[in-house]
Design a binder for this molecule. Structure first.
Ligand SMILES: *Cc1c(COP(=O)(O)O)cnc(C)c1O
Length: 368
């Protein structure tokens, strides 16, 4: 049996007529950059997150960069985040000239440890960026309390957390603003690059929208140095179609994550902490094992593809070492990076495919 790590072509095939229709509409409209399809998607996405404002842009990285720029963050400032994330979180801070200060993760949730955050805040701290790693919402109550007490805004990196929620509150609505990514492999993926900033702060969104489009409110009237970070019309139209399925797809991810719970009794591996609120979006389903490289290779020989998110923490990467200020030894981050292995989990993963993954894992772990 063959079990790919991701299967975007199956998802595309299943909704192909609706995608063709949406793309056709954009071709007819001639609105290829921003325009009515992008505006409609912004409204729909904001509504899906419980009624919040949204500004669409060309990637999750741009979304983070735009929020930081709109807050006026730059050289001499510090932004506290984590090292167990995709490099974009840290890169966006570096793009502004500010210094990323990275703290360790909590051993259970694998997201920012609030106590570590407390110790990292200095007079130079201008923002805190928790990452909802794998789609699990970070401890936002504690993080927001600590940041509020220091008078520092919280920016959520929600690139992996579309529709993740705590009670009736969605990821992206806990802090001052949040960044989402619509990279094709994300839970809500465009047919190319895409991202969005969401916030309840209308002025902040207005500033973000201006910076996204060359720093202008009116054509050729440049008030501030902006960027070309606009979303394509086709991506807006396609994302509107896919957003209609997102709740169902997220439900399927959660259902499959519960099936993986069968592995909890097996020796030699740790599973993600159970999210008893059911609000995890399971962008990634990562297990911790002693030798993930070897287990990944053995699974690959059996036709099962896996991933690693992420095998090298950002502060230890060649491009970031020196530019990033770590707080302490980031022991748990390093340990997590050494042990993590991501299993196939997506709405289109069939029950027989998942049973096969569990059976082979069971067998391999028993033999170790
Ligand atoms: C994907 C991702 C980003 C960047 O999004 P892009 O759309 O690829 O630029 C940022 N942060 C995290 C945690 C991500 O997973």
């Amino acid at each position: 049996m063959n079990v790919p790590y991701l299967d975007i072509s199956t998802q595309t095939r299943l909704i192909r007529p609706a995608l063709d229709q949406a793309i056709g509409d954009v071709l007819d409209s001639g609105s290829f950059v921003l325009g009515p399809h992008v505006t409609a998607f912004e409204h729909e996405f904001g509504s899906a997150l419980g009624g919040i404002g949204a500004v669409a842009c060309n990637s999750g990285t741009s979304a983070l960069h735009l929020i930081l720029k709109a807050l006026g963050i730059g050289p001499g400032d510090e932004v506290v985040t984590v090292s167990m994330t995709f490099a974009a979180t840290v890169a966006a801070v570096l793009y502004t000239g500010a210094t990323p200060v990275v703290v360790d993760i909590d051993p259970d949730s694998w997201t920012m440890d609030p106590e570590q955050l407390r110790g990292a805040i200095s007079a130079k701290t201008r923002a805190v960026i928790p990452v909802h790693l794998h789609g699990r919402i970070a401890d936002m109550a504690s993080i927001c309390d600590i940041a509020d007490a220091a008078g520092v805004p919280v920016i959520e990196d929600a690139a992996q957390a579309h529709l993740a929620h705590r009670g009736d509150q969605y990821a992206g609505s806990f802090g001052l603003a949040a960044a989402f990514s619509f990279y094709p492999g994300k839970n809500l993926g465009a047919l190319g690059e895409g991202g969005a900033v969401v916030s309840r702060d209308a002025q902040l969104l207005k500033d973000v929208a201006r910076l996204r489009d060359w720093g202008t409110d009116y054509k050729y009237d440049h008030q501030t140095l902006g960027f070309n970070y606009r979303m394509d019309g086709i991506q807006g139209a396609v994302l509107s179609v896919k957003l209609g399925f997102l709740s169902e797809w997220t439900h399927e991810r959660v259902r499959k994550a519960i099936v993986y719970e069968d592995l909890r009794s097996k020796p030699g591996l740790s599973l993600p902490m159970l999210d008893t609120t059911g609000g995890h979006s399971y962008h990634v389903y990562s297990i911790l094992v002693r030798d993930p490289e070897r287990l990944g290779e053995e699974l690959a020989r059996l036709g099962i593809s896996t991933g690693r998110h992420y095998p090298v923490p950002v502060h230890l990467q060649q491009a970031y070492r020196g530019a990033v200020q770590p707080i302490g030894d980031l022991r748990r981050t390093v340990e997590f990076a050494r042990s993590c292995l991501s299993l196939p989990l997506y709405p289109e993963l069939s029950d027989p495919q998942q049973e096969y993954v569990i059976k082979q894992l069971d067998h391999l772990l028993g033999a170790q």
